[in-house]
Design a protein around this ligand. Structure first.
Ligand code: ATP
Ligand code: MG
Ligand code: FE
Length: 354
């Protein structure tokens, strides 16, 4: 089964051709990072306009690189219909509708978060080495720009939410702290780069929600961001410029360490509590080198199999959308979209309560 997948939920215009949810034949991503840098964040109207300009070329490249001569050689068209920026989502959804209508292929709507989850079990074009299949139950940590969710997965498409952030997402915290430190956009890679020269034990920052039993699997990052803000003010009062490269490096390293520690501790706690046979971490923040190393160390100690996708599948891409679409379609062949398919700025994962 060959699926063309389209992803335009934020600031990446992406298309991919994916076989049986496991192997991408192409994975094209046109990122708008440079365009948004001068705004210090994603500017929604600029993002949707750029998707309009890029999408035809991105899809053409994805088909060409996959050796697909024409859309009619495919089995379905998948597209992210939420969550994300409404204007951005519309570009992908309308394009997918057009292709599906013209070719008569089924239109498969995909939840972007389910896409991030399936980034764990799909191979990039030419990727060497084994990509695992899920071994249920799986504990999945989704850490991205807009979400931080701890999920227990019992089977394909069967999710139970164990916890989530009460305020800011982890990626959002990276972006906001980077701005405080004058490190620019996007914040995650900038913090990681600065932190390499820093001492993570230099500043003592709070580890949010590590003590309260009722929030055992929840997260909170806005207090941590405020703690960094207060630290920068205190340093300024002492005549130290927090944006001076050496000081910023120490703050970045201390912040990154706390975030990694909290994310990994809670994920392991959940995995051991629910008897997980596999631990997966996905979403943009899972590209973070410190988080990856700490998760590897702790899972090895606990004897838990860990998988984190290659960097290209951590941030937004269409391969993960094609993978999620395949499994959802298998589960529920009737779950196809029609020309009335709508977009959703917020769209929770379809979860079960137990
Ligand atoms: P969502 O998936 O919640 O809708 P999104 O699609 O915008 O949000 P992603 O593209 O998955 O989010 O991830 C982007 C986020 O990942 C940004 O906040 C960015 O700062 C963060 N990020 C990227 N690389 C790194 C890194 N190396 N370290 C930490 N954070 C990172
Ligand atoms: Mg992005
Ligand atoms: Fe995302």
């Amino acid at each position: 089964t060959k699926i063309l997948a389209i992803e335009t939920s934020c600031d990446e215009t992406a298309a991919a051709v994916v076989v049986d949810g496991r192997q991408a034949l192409s994975n094209v991503v046109a990122t708008q990072i440079e365009l948004h840098r001068r705004f210090g964040g994603v500017f929604p109207e600029v993002a949707s306009r750029q998707h309009v300009l890029a999408i035809q070329t991105v899809i053409q490249q994805a088909l060409e690189q996959a050796g697909v001569p024409h859309v009619s050689a495919l089995d379905a068209i998948a597209v992210t219909h939420g969550p994300g920026l409404a204007g951005s989502l519309l570009v992908g959804v309308n394009t997918a509708k057009g292709l599906a209508f013209a070719s008569g292929l089924p239109l498969l709507p995909v939840n972007h978060l389910e896409g991030h989850i399936y980034s764990n079990w799909v191979a990039l074009p030419g990727q060497t080495g084994e990509v695992p299949e899920p071994i249920f139950p799986v504990v999945v940590l989704i850490v991205s720009g807009g979400h931080t969710e701890l999920i227990l997965m019992h089977g394909h498409g069967r999710y139970r939410q164990l916890g989530s952030t009460l305020d800011d997402a982890a990626g959002e915290a990276f972006d906001k702290v980077a701005r405080l430190l004058g490190l620019g956009f996007p914040g995650g890679p900038a913090i990681q780069r600065a932190a390499q020269q820093g001492d993570a034990t230099r500043f003592d920052l709070p580890r949010p929600l590590m003590q309260q039993e009722e929030h055992r699997f929840n997260f909170s990052f806005s207090g941590l961001k405020t703690a960094v803000l207060n630290l920068t003010r205190q340093l300024e009062a002492e005549g130290v410029n927090p944006q001076d490269p050496e000081t910023a490096a120490h703050i970045a390293a201390s912040f990154q360490e706390v975030v990694a520690e909290v994310l990994v501790s809670k994920t392991l706690d959940a995995a051991l509590t629910y008897g997980a046979r596999q631990v997966c971490i996905c979403g943009g923040v899972s590209a973070n080198a410190r988080l990856r190393t700490l998760a590897q160390e702790r899972c090895a100690q606990a004897g838990l199999p860990l998988y984190i996708p290659p960097l290209a599948l951590c941030t937004d891409n269409a391969t993960m959308i094609g993978a999620a679409a395949y499994y959802r379609w298998q589960q529920d062949p009737a779950a196809v979209g029609d020309l009335g398919l709508d977009v959703f700025a917020t769209l929770p994962l379809p979860t079960e309560s137990d």
